[in-house]
Design a protein around this ligand. Structure first.
Ligand code: FPP
Length: 239
């Protein structure tokens, strides 16, 4: 492996957008775009070690995506089940630790079982930490965290006067992850759509026109290279 870029982002989060438009441009159904998008996930995960990206978090399904047609939602759920089944071994053997964030309550039992198994199977890996956001919404995550925190207060385990930002962060789905340094969104939309709202307070953002199924490892490497040229001040004055 090459030397890791010293100033690169350690945690990159990606909003993988544009699968539907990519498929429509080819006159194909939207699910064809999601399948092509799933193939890109593999390529981007594989590129991470050499780029020094230790944590990669991807937005696979939002709490708002249930509003899509029933056919698209069930097609996506089938795709997630197949993807996990097909890729599990390779992820494990390649040192990828997989985690899922989001509310599992609305997901079907079979899918949740596969998610649990994959997390367990890869729990000893440490090369790249891949986090898949599935039925995830930033506001929903903060609301669920607050509910758990309130329960601990009620049970006398937590002093309300001691609650600060760090306390709340410990109740988030992402409690074991560092905050993202860089958030990328594909397909030309400049929105964050409820993704990692709390965690991205100081993240850099990169909005690019490329549709997710066209997002290659080269494009990814270019963005990571550019990040090294940015100066992050976290609210302080330039040094
Ligand atoms: C956004 O494109 C994409 C999604 C809502 C689903 C993302 C899913 C994948 C990339 C599939 C594979 C993921 C994993 C983890 C296996 P869009 O449908 O919003 O596209 P549009 O904006 O052009 O309609």
């Amino acid at each position: 492996m090459k030397d890791l870029p010293a100033s690169g982002p350690r945690h990159v989060a990606i909003i993988m957008d544009g699968n539907g438009r990519w498929a429509q441009a080819l006159g194909r159904p939207r699910l064809y775009g999601h399948q092509a998008g799933a193939k890109r996930v593999r390529e981007i995960v594989a590129a991470c070690p050499e780029l020094g990206v230790k944590y990669l978090t991807i937005f696979a399904f939002s709490t708002e995506n249930w509003k899509r047609t029933q056919a698209e939602v069930s097609g996506l759920m089938t795709l997630f089940r197949r993807y996990i089944t097909k890729e599990a071994r390779e992820l494990r053997d390649n040192g990828i630790r997989v985690r899922f964030i989001g509310d599992r309550i609305k997901l079907d039992d079979k899918l949740v079982q596969l998610m649990d198994e994959l997390e367990l199977m890869t729990a000893d890996n440490d090369l790249v930490h891949l986090t898949v956001a599935l039925n995830y919404g930033g506001r929903d995550e903060v609301a669920r965290a607050t509910k758990r925190l309130a329960r601990d207060v009620k049970a006398g385990k937590l002093d309300p006067e001691a609650v600060n930002a760090e306390t709340l962060a410990r109740y988030l789905d992402t409690y074991v992850l560092p905050d993202p340094d860089l958030v990328i969104r594909t397909s030309g939309e400049a929105r964050i759509s409820n993704f990692l709202l709390w965690q991205s307070a100081y993240a850099e953002y990169e909005f690019i026109d490329t549709l997710w199924p066209d997002f290659t490892a080269e494009i990814f490497a270019g963005i990571i290279g550019n990040y090294g040229k940015r100066e992050r001040r976290f609210g302080a004055v330039a040094g």
